[in-house]
Design a protein around this ligand. Structure first.
Ligand code: HEM
Ligand code: SF4
Length: 560
């Protein structure tokens, strides 16, 4: 993992000092609310419904155990004993006191962490595949490229006040696990026919209001030009992106308005001024960063550990957990274990201070001291020996972290919604819980198979509802909370936006509706077919008919 050099550390330390003084002056009444607002936002501090909320950056979701321990310390000392992993691989603390935030940022800086650029109209944390560097289907490790982007974009003076926030993601595997097509810029690391390394670039994707899948702006940009090309895209956006209307300010709106071809022309014209300039990457620079992402000290192990196989035969619950939460690894004898933060009754993504400490210990004992956070609000120990999986599972189970539901219906994404967020139209967490309770039967859950359920409390789509196989969106109708359902959305290589099935529902009806959608799938599915594939094969009608029943028929008759 990347370790700060003196420059990184100095930047972060100086920022902590500045912020401490700004906060002191605000609390002393020397700065107005208005003056303090941009200062706190630049340091990840929102003021939300109940309390301030601090968002801490986790670069491309990679964490060291000492950093995880620091989260535990922060949750315990300054918060209510838990933290919340978000869909942007970051962690959020929901209850810090403003006067404590300088201390929190100082604590974070001591383990090379910060909250810089986690808010505001700047380049946000670059996200990536949580299995980067270990996935069997990986072609090129995306992390050095994420890190180069991090270093280039942090405090980039030209891009501190963009028309709107800006999100990038990088993928280097066959399967896109970073949803690159739903980001402002999505990058796929690839090789061309001659073996040269470079990037396929998507631009103008994004969820929120007006969700869109990104368009390909180039199928190959050689690696040397990555940063100058990104710079050209950002310049075009900075200049022509709309600043008059924040709902139309994202790059997706500009790309849509111009059309991808005209947008590309603009970028190419701008690139002429930048190409081969000082931001051109050199081999030396790439090697400097790539050296931080060398393989850990793997042992030479047989491909299959006999003890691991035997344990699965002995213990059905262990076998179930392995089936769902353990993934293959590029190295023989190793595996990646997903730690599910989706136990029924716990808000998706929430983790306690004690659990964080345990995760850090397990990372040290079983996974070279590293942890990953995922955009699906889970954690991953990426490098576990097969022979250690049973011991790890027993420990996870003892602490409520072994729910074998990775990729299943109850492994849902859910934003904080009306319980915490000022912008919410409706609550999300109680909906997640009601659905989890309804589908608490593990056998049934496993029979349903892969199904992504995503919940957002408003159209900002922090819970990714558009790309869920089933999406739930909180809507406000005359001051009451209602829920609109979409089906057919997906992430990955075939990312697409789901379609609304019809009028919305009261909270109490949501579990029934989900049950009816699942039942329709079960009635219609072909052998081995996933929910999403059935939806795309049979279309929405059978699902609508089941959910709306008689009412839909009546309406059809009325309409003639
Ligand atoms: C303080 C609480 C939060 C506020 C005020 C907030 C605000 C917003 C807003 C206004 C948007 C729409 C942006 C646009 O379309 O221009 C948005 C989008 C988004 N937020 Fe949040 N958010 C919050 C918490 C979260 C959390 C907890 C997560 C993760 C669980 C998250 C992840 C995202 C994602 C993934 C998107 C949509 C992706 C995209 O912009 O293309 N946010 N948020
Ligand atoms: S989707 Fe809406 S309710 Fe949920 S966290 Fe985002 S802004 Fe808040």
């Amino acid at each position: 993992m990347y370790r700060y050099d003196d420059y990184d550390q100095q930047l972060v330390d100086e920022r902590v000092k500045q912020y401490a003084d700004q906060t002191r002056r605000y609390l002393a009444g020397e700065l107005t609310e208005e003056e303090y607002l941009p200062l706190r936002l630049q340091n990840g501090l929102y003021v939300q419904k109940q309390a301030p909320m601090l968002r801490v950056a986790i670069p491309y979701g990679n964490l060291r155990s000492d950093q995880v321990r620091m989260f535990a310390h922060i949750a315990r000392t300054y918060d209510k004993g838990y933290g919340h992993f978000s869909t942007r691989q970051n962690i959020q603390f929901n209850w810090p006191k403003i006067e404590d935030t300088p201390k929190i940022l100082a604590d974070l800086a001591s383990v090379q962490m910060h909250a810089i650029q986690t808010s505001g109209n700047c380049i946000r944390n670059t996200t990536s595949d949580p299995f980067a560097g270990v996935a069997a289907d990986e072609l090129i490790d995306p992390r050095p490229w994420c890190e180069l982007i991090r270093q280039w974009s942090t405090f980039h003076p030209e891009f501190a006040y963009l028309p709107r926030k800006f999100k990038m993601a990088v993928n280097g595997a066959k399967e896109d696990r970073a949803i690159i097509r739903c980001h402002d810029i999505g990058l796929e690391v690839r090789q061309n026919e001659t073996g040269e390394l470079g990037f396929r670039v998507f631009v103008g994707g994004g969820l929120g209001r007006t969700p869109m899948v990104g368009k390909e702006i180039t199928d190959f940009i050689p690696w040397q030009h990555l940063l100058t090309y990104l710079e050209a895209i950002l310049r075009v956006y900075n200049r022509f992106g709309r600043r008059d209307n924040k709902y139309k300010a994202r790059i997706k709106i500009l790309v849509q308005a111009l059309g991808i071809d005209a947008f590309r022309e603009q970028v190419e014209a701008e690139w002429v001024h930048l190409k081969d300039g000082p931001a051109t990457l050199t081999q030396e620079e790439v090697d400097r960063v790539a050296a931080c992402f060398v393989d850990p000290d793997y042992e030479n192990l047989p491909a299959i550990d006999e003890g691991f196989i035997a344990k699965q035969a002995e213990s059905v619950p262990f076998a179930k957990w392995v089936e769902r939460n353990v993934r293959g690894h590029k190295r023989p004898g190793y595996a990646s274990a997903v730690i599910s933060l989706k136990k029924t009754g716990v808000p998706p993504g929430d983790i306690t201070d004690a659990q964080l400490d345990l995760v850090a210990d397990w990372a040290d004992r079983y996974s070279f001291g590293e942890v990953r956070s995922t955009h699906e609000q889970n954690l991953v120990l990426a490098d576990v020996k097969q022979s250690n999986l049973f011991a790890l599972w027993e420990e996870l189970r003892a602490h409520g972290l072994a729910t074998p539901n990775f990729g299943l219906l109850t492994d849902m994404i859910c934003c904080p919604g009306g319980d915490f967020c000022n912008l919410a139209n409706a609550k999300s967490i109680p909906i997640a819980e009601a659905v989890q309770q309804r589908f608490d039967d593990l056998d049934y859950l496993h029979d349903i198979g892969e199904l992504e359920l995503n919940i957002s409390g408003c159209m900002n789509a922090c819970g990714h509802h558009h790309v869920g196989h089933i999406g739930i969106l909180g809507v406000d109708k005359n001051g009451e909370e209602w829920y609109q359902i979409t089906i057919g959305g997906r992430q990955g290589n075939e990312a697409g936006i789901g379609k609304v099935i019809g009028r919305s529902f009261a909270a109490a009806d949501v579990p029934d509706v989900i049950e009816k959608l699942v039942a329709t799938y079960i009635d219609n599915r072909h052998e081995g077919e996933r929910f999403i594939d059935t939806v795309h094969r049979v279309g929405q009608d059978p699902f609508k008919a089941r959910v709306y029943g008689e009412q839909q028929n009546e309406r059809k008759v009325v309409n003639g």
